[in-house]
Design a protein around this ligand. Structure first.
Ligand code: SF4
Length: 349
């Protein structure tokens, strides 16, 4: 059980702090659940600065749920390109279609209808229902977990479901019923701008005299986390195959991985090792007519995912022509790529 601070008026202090420190963000100008949902999904795993750019572009392209439901997955992935975690976009597409079929095109704003949508978990349903429907549903994201675990000196790991549930219960009890949306937004802003992971601003914090971690000078010890999963190192090798008539070979990924449905260059299976020119030639000569045996390593880059650190090598090869899967350079603007591949493509074209 977490030890709460019974005498602290969390809501009053937070709302007061928020009234002068509220960030001016485009999705805060509306209480339309569709727009708030778009912003919440984009902001998962994305920094605010990047999120703003993608949000504005997204709502310009898909100003309502019907247009989103009717868009092609490829178009949607292209809009999402570079943001990562592409399953978010595919779940949005499914959710938009569910809104059309189950809710007659009216985007729901109550917690239980929201949590039924693909890609919407407790956090997103709580945020939307509190902001758009005044429901008392406390939000629990990384910022909130860090702030509350320091405030109350919670010794249990914040990775545990039980700790998350208790923190949710605590903040839901503390939130005022008149403005739960403001309370949640204040909580998230406070965690990300004051009670920051490393550069916490205890000296100017409105909770400095109540915060248990600050009073005991142990802020650095919180939040308590379980041991991190080890980061696995992997290596991938792509060959960019180009023909003389401005075409490039592309393959659509169909596996269940994070790049599913995105396009990629010719991938050489290499058991996580750097490949030799001989191996590349062996792989290519079975399928393509090469212009020459010249193979050029044009770039190697690192790409970090949550538990994997990828080293990706890119080779360039020219071929005479090929019948299938060759895309003209002019069509690439409509094709979605994983971010590291797009970076290389932008470099060479
Ligand atoms: S006093 Fe420091 S640790 Fe405590 S809530 Fe404020 S910023 Fe966070």
């Amino acid at each position: 059980m977490i030890q709460t601070l019974s005498d602290i008026d969390l809501s009053k202090k937070l709302i007061k702090w928020y009234s002068t420190n509220k960030r001016d963000l485009p999705w805060r100008k509306t209480k339309d659940p569709y727009f708030v949902w778009v912003s919440e999904i984009i902001l998962q795993q994305t920094r605010i600065e990047t999120g703003i750019k993608y949000y504005l572009n997204f709502i310009k392209k898909y100003p309502n749920v019907k247009l989103l439901a009717r868009s092609s997955k490829q178009q949607l992935l292209k809009t999402w390109e570079g943001l990562g975690y592409y399953s978010r976009a595919l779940n949005m597409h499914k959710a938009a279609n569910q809104v059309l079929s189950v809710h007659e095109g009216v985007f729901p704003k109550d917690y239980f209808s929201l949590i039924d949508l693909p890609g919407v978990g407790d956090y997103t349903a709580s945020a939307i229902s509190s902001i758009c429907n005044n429901e008392k549903q406390g939000v629990v994201d990384g910022n909130v977990l860090r702030f509350v675990s320091r405030l109350l000196k919670i010794e249990d790991s914040i990775d545990s479901l039980n700790t998350k549930k208790q923190i949710k219960k605590y903040i839901t009890e503390k939130m005022s019923s008149s403005n739960p949306g403001d309370f949640n937004e204040a909580l998230m802003d406070f965690g990300s701008t004051v009670c920051k992971p490393k550069k916490f601003l205890c000296n100017s914090c409105v909770f400095s005299l109540e915060c248990k971690a600050n009073l005991s000078n142990t802020v650095k010890n919180y939040p308590v986390k379980s041991k991190k999963n080890k980061v696995v190192k992997k290596e991938m090798n792509y060959v960019i195959i180009m023909s003389h008539n401005e075409k490039i070979f592309l393959n659509k990924r169909s596996d269940k991985g994070i790049w599913k449905n995105l396009f990629e260059f010719f991938l050489i299976k290499s058991n996580n090792k750097t490949v030799t020119n001989e191996l590349i030639l062996k792989n290519l000569s079975k399928k393509f007519t090469l212009k020459s045996n010249k193979i050029k390593l044009i770039k190697s880059l690192q790409h970090k995912l949550s538990h994997v650190e990828l080293k990706i090598n890119f080779y360039l090869v020219k071929i005479k022509d090929h019948k299938s899967k060759m895309y003209h350079f002019s069509s690439l603007e409509k094709i979605p790529f994983p971010r590291p591949l797009k970076v290389v493509l932008d470099d060479i074209l």
